[in-house]
Design a protein around this ligand. Sequence first.
Ligand code: HSE
Length: 443
Amino acid sequence: MTDNIQPTFNPGKGAGEPVGIAILGHGTVGTEVLRLMSEHSDPLAHRIGGPLELKGVAVSDLSKDRAGVDPSLLTDDAMSLINRDDVDIVVEVIGGIDYPRELVLAALQAGKSVVTANKALVAAHADELAEAADAANVDLYFEAAVAAAIPVVSMLRRSLAGDQIERISGIVNGTTNFILDAMESTGASYEDALAEATRLGYAEADPTADVEGHDAASKAAILASLGFHTRVKFTDVYCEGISKITADDIAAARNAGFVIKLLAICERISDANGQEAVSARVHPTLVPREHPLASVNESYNAIFVEAEAAGRLMFYGNGAGGNPTASAVLGDLVGAARNKVHGGRAPGENTYANLPIADFGSVETRYHIDMEVEDRTGVLAEVSATFASRGISLKTVRQEESGEHARLIVVTHGALESDLAATVEELKRSPGVKAVDSVIRLF
Ligand code: HSE
């Protein structure tokens, strides 16, 4: 039963020995990591048991001004820096996928522990990175990849390692939370709220990764993998962003007692045959106003965990930005450096459960559907019959005047996503339904 459990012992260098660090990347996060390493070198050395020694900083453009960095430490040859004998730990804060993947794999294969803040890399390639770390018996840390300084990775890897996680629901993207909160609190349109997020520096010039949910989906893949001991990749995550949310959706949600949040939801589910599976999804979600996630405003992040023994836990804070991200990188650096000095390894990825990934259509969800219907006898019966034909039960139905048509707002009970999606398609073709204006899932 336990034959395939790997030994994790690693002999240390010994107390007081310096630990050589290579930093790959000198953007917002890299700059802050270097500042913290330098300003807190003494306390960090005490916490680790030996000093951190910066051996080099790899950058793409050597001609750029790098205030605060000793020019003799700068290089544009990241691979040579990684392979230096005096480098023990490589910190990857470049971003992107292919080039950092090459560097991180090379570092692990060369026996260097790696600390990365790169969610897209981990969500796409956790399998080969973890295998390389195991083969070389070194550490692979990535706390900063999910919600920056909110210690959610170590919470799943360590603090809740003895518990059974049932569900992890998170607001893990600050830009979209800022936009949705601005729409909610000021009545702004999506376009105006996005413009404000761009003006304030939350949204990037190309906001696609944030607003279409890709950034949150990478984080969902990482959370689901850790929480359910199963490899979940970015491509396994169902993903819908917030770009179609309108001011009318926000107002309708408010009237019904909800706020709209972009949630990453990772859960263990059982299908009709009792087969367990993992579901990971990102989509706009109606969260009841009284739920703790509903009060997470501005660009804050929060991760809500439901576990068998621990019950309900929530972790809240800044999920992005140079300083919070650097805090998480430094925490990982201290952990990896301690292991270099004293020996041993951090808990690595553990995918023993190897659960199947649930097809999104087989997940039970609930819909809030806002549609325009003809204002005539029998329309309500037609709409109800469409739901009933797939065995979908309605929780509430509200009708409002809306010009020459009527507005029908339906909230369903739980049903299979595939049945709900097919029902919406059928409603769109119904003679009495003029338009299905919005479909938003409930939490
Ligand atoms: N762009 C992300 C956010 C931070 O808005 O939360 C980096 O993942």
